[in-house]
Design a protein around this ligand. Structure first.
Ligand code: HEB
Length: 448
């Protein structure tokens, strides 16, 4: 049985936990900004619908944050349990950002609590809005700090290895490793983008289900425009992430692109099938695009995978993960641009039913791109847990019981996910829009 192998079981358990956590963490990082934007617009335009958006979204946000805490704790626990040798070697290096993340989280949680429980206490809405700023800063900073740890695993810096021990550690240098700038920026902008598309999808879904209220149209429009802005930002930063890879992890880029021989003017291959002789069949080749992605120049030389010893080769299936992420990213830019342009030009297609169905799909699509991005990043770092220093195999626990743990956590996450869906639906039924609107202006029992 595969699950009897502790390395395999540990990898599967980490994969499971991180994938689940990515869903909640992405929304946890992205939603506060959406709430701020709605709240601010409500004040600026003196429009109660936007204020109500902030309130309704905040209710859902609390639930997602709570679950994010559970899955985040599972990650911390599993880091120590499943990868003891990694923690022994590098634990003291990454302790600083891990601690800072917890600190950022508390910062966020405290102000979130105050924000939620003071709905009716402020005559001046602007003061209430101020409380949200530390919430958004805290959420974004925790994404930043935790991503620096992943950056460190990809581009370890700030230490020396003497006699198998990490010494002369500079935690700051480790935190600001070469991977940090592009990774943190990409993670944060994709969180904003995905949260916007998820909220747009929910509004579009309501409209498809027959809701008529202009509230949903406003929510849909606002989130599509915010989604467009961050989709463009994501693509631009993604391009920088590609350049980072070309410079610091060329084997990952080469594996993702099925680029085997070092050459100038390298094309970018989309999809396709690989045969035994490293030939790509049925692929879509975009001439020079890989050289441009890697070095901003059509004739630039891109290092091929064959320059690296076999043991360094990441699994080649990451090619499809990269394709999936990039295709979804490009699609979302074009699609939300067409929406925005069409709305300005009063095209009827952008308010048609089938277009709204596409909007509903863009939420899950963005989430899928998040998953594909992380899987490609993590599988693409194989065989290393700490690139060039320690392999995943060396880091893993020897315990034969990890397989059991896997199924235990699988059950836990299933319960969590079902629980979240049930709770969110309950909240929605308990606070129908019409009721919320009727309360507007009078006593406001937003939170009971
Ligand atoms: Fe991404 C990752 C690019 C879009 C999500 N990206 C990544 C990478 C790259 C990229 C290169 C890797 C890095 C490393 O490994 O370090 N992208 C890109 C591009 C684009 C994109 C070019 C355009 C199209 N993404 C995207 C989207 C999304 C994403 C749309 C979602 C929504 N990614 C992602 C994630 C990740 C990635 C999550 C992981 C993290 C990092 O950063 O790493």
């Amino acid at each position: 049985m595969l699950f009897e192998d502790p390395v395999f079981a540990s990898r599967m358990l980490s994969l499971l936990t991180l994938s689940i956590h990515a869903i909640f963490a992405t929304l946890g990082v992205g939603l506060p900004l959406m709430i701020i934007i709605a709240h601010w617009l409500g004040i600026k335009k003196n429009d109660e619908h936007y204020l109500l958006m902030a309130r309704r979204w905040a209710r859902g946000f609390v639930v997602l944050v709570a679950v994010g805490v559970v899955t985040g704790t599972a990650i911390a626990l599993q880091l120590a349990l499943l990868w003891p040798n990694f923690m022994e070697m590098a634990g003291h290096v990454i302790a600083l950002p891990l601690f800072m993340e917890v600190f950022a989280f508390f910062f966020e949680a405290i102000f979130l609590g105050i924000y939620l429980y003071t709905w009716n206490r402020f005559d001046d809405q602007r003061k209430h809005l101020l409380l949200l700023i530390p919430v958004a800063i805290g959420a974004t900073m925790s994404a930043f700090f935790i991503t620096t740890v992943n950056g460190f695993m990809n581009a370890p810096t700030g230490f020396q290895i003497i006699g198998g021990q990490m010494t002369g550690v500079s935690p700051i240098e480790a935190m600001f490793n070469p991977a940090t700038p592009t990774k943190a920026a990409h993670v944060i902008s994709t969180a904003f983008m995905t949260s916007a598309f998820v909220l747009a999808a929910l509004a579009a879904y309501r409209l498809l289900k027959g809701a008529q209220h202009v509230y949903y149209k406003k929510a849909l429009h606002l989130m599509m425009v915010v989604g467009l802005i961050f989709a463009i930002a994501t693509a631009v930063i993604g391009d920088f992430a590609g350049k980072y890879l070309a410079k610091h992890q060329p084997e990952k880029l080469a594996a993702a692109e099925w680029h085997f021989e070092t050459m100038e003017g390298a094309p970018l291959v989309l999809f396709g099938i690989l045969d035994d002789e490293q030939n790509v069949r049925f692929g879509l080749e975009i001439p020079y695009a890989l050289s441009i992605l890697a070095h901003n120049h059509p004739q630039a030389e891109v290092i091929g995978l064959n320059e690296f010893p076999q043991e360094w080769h990441p699994p080649l299936f990451i090619h499809y993960l990269f394709d999936l992420m990039v295709i979804i990213g490009v699609w979302l830019v074009l699609f939300s641009f067409v929406y925005w342009w069409g709305m300005r030009r009063k095209w009827t297609i952008v308010t048609s039913r089938w277009f709204r169905r596409l909007i509903v799909a863009s939420g899950p699509l963005a989430m899928l791109a998040i998953q594909a991005g992380w899987w490609m990043t993590e599988f693409g770092r194989q065989p290393w847990i700490l690139r060039g220093v320690m392999t995943v195999e060396e880091a893993a626990t020897q315990s034969p019981y990890v397989g059991h743990l896997f199924f235990f956590f699988l059950a836990l996450y299933l319960i969590l996910v079902i629980g979240v869906v049930v709770v969110l639906r309950n909240i929605n039924q308990r606070f129908p829009l019409e009721q919320d609107l009727a309360h507007e202006g009078g006593e406001r029992p937003w939170i009971t």
